[in-house]
Ligand binder design. Sequence first.
Ligand code: FAD
Ligand code: DHB
Length: 397
Amino acid sequence: MPAAPARTRTQVGIVGAGPAGLLLSHLLALRGIDSVLVEDRSREHCEARQRAGVLEDGSVTLLREAGLAGRLDREGLEHGGIYLQFAGGRHHIDFRKLTGRTVTVYAQTEVVKDLIEARLAAGGQLEFDVTGTEVDGLDTAHPVLRYTSADGTGHEVTCDAIAGCDGFHGICRPAVPAGLMTVWEREYPYAWLGILADVPPSTDELIYAHHPDGFALHSLRSPLVSRLYLQVAPDEEISAWPDDRIWAELQRRFALPGWELKEGPVLDKGIIPMRSFVSAPMRHGRLFLAGDAAHIVPPTGAKGLNLALGDVAVLAGALDDLLRGDARLADAYSDDCLERVWRRTHFSWWMTTMLHTAPRADPMDTELQLAQLRYVTVSRAAAASLAENYTGYPPQR
Ligand code: FAD
Ligand code: DHB
């Protein structure tokens, strides 16, 4: 017979040590609220997973106000705009001039490292490498979080609320009974192939390139490391892309007279699917979904990480009030988030469809994209709209 699980209590059980779960446990601790955070991958895996790289200015302010921006302020690279490249020309969109705001290039890997370090330094309860995570009793006042630690010990944690921060493939969203949630979804007929390269960036700001053979993006991770993406077919195998093929394709899509794309050793590569997905409400009883567990955007425009941080900034306040007997913010949590979520979902879809070449695109589709690209680079109002959304609209709380 298996040993009885260790029974403990906490105020908030959190599933997932991505940016959403980690920041939530920190924000709750600042409010004096206990949490137990469980993660089914290793700490090393969570810290090394290559993902997003751009923080809206509201996300930077949020991390700074939470006392988490020491290294971000030293190492983050403030960018005042982006380049849009199409039809043989490269055009600058000046965020500072158009909105007075900027974004900061600071990798998700670094945000996650900073958050894990802060939680462990504060004595936070954070367990990696767990198995068998389950949530139960969600429509009672005391939901239960079950999991097995890496050493094989079973745990049953009685909570006042559970935060599902376990990403798109997690167990929390599927724990909501069928029929109680509405889902909106779009899959795109393309994917991104992303590389991390040991070479200084060939640009001072990100380049989003429209090309008849497919989109390309030049981003960066530091003054010495570049991050680059290529549009590829959704069913593409990474083994079909040796490094020299990737560089040849990047060279073709970014080619511009008088400008050179520097090449270097590839440190990491992978294929990223593209999907828009929103589920609502982001709450069922005492289960609150946040970040990718509730919504996914295609990466164009760099909104996924920012949305995750924004959700838990709202959730921390809502849980604080709920645990003190005032349910109004908890009741409003989903609607409070969804306005921000849908605006960014639209912006990500708009950037994606303006810049990518669909497999069966005809000349009319291409001319419509180019008309829109010319408009956002020539009209101050259109450029300001792009800049306002890219830097974060509506702003994070
Ligand atoms: P996640 O970061 O996914 O964290 C969820 C955590 O829950 C994970 O650590 C997972 O291991 C854990 N978990 C899952 N199931 C369980 C379980 N049963 N028990 C315990 N733990 C569990 N956004 C951009 O803006 N730009 C990009 O370039 C970009 N690239 C991306 C590339 C990839 C491959 C992916 C997947 C996403 C990318 N995103 C990008 C999106 C962005 O990284 C996410 O929006 C962000 O990570 C969301 O944070 P989160 O905390 O909600 O979820
Ligand atoms: C990055 C990713 C994005 O999706 C984007 O729009 C800009 C930058 C990045 O990983 O650096």
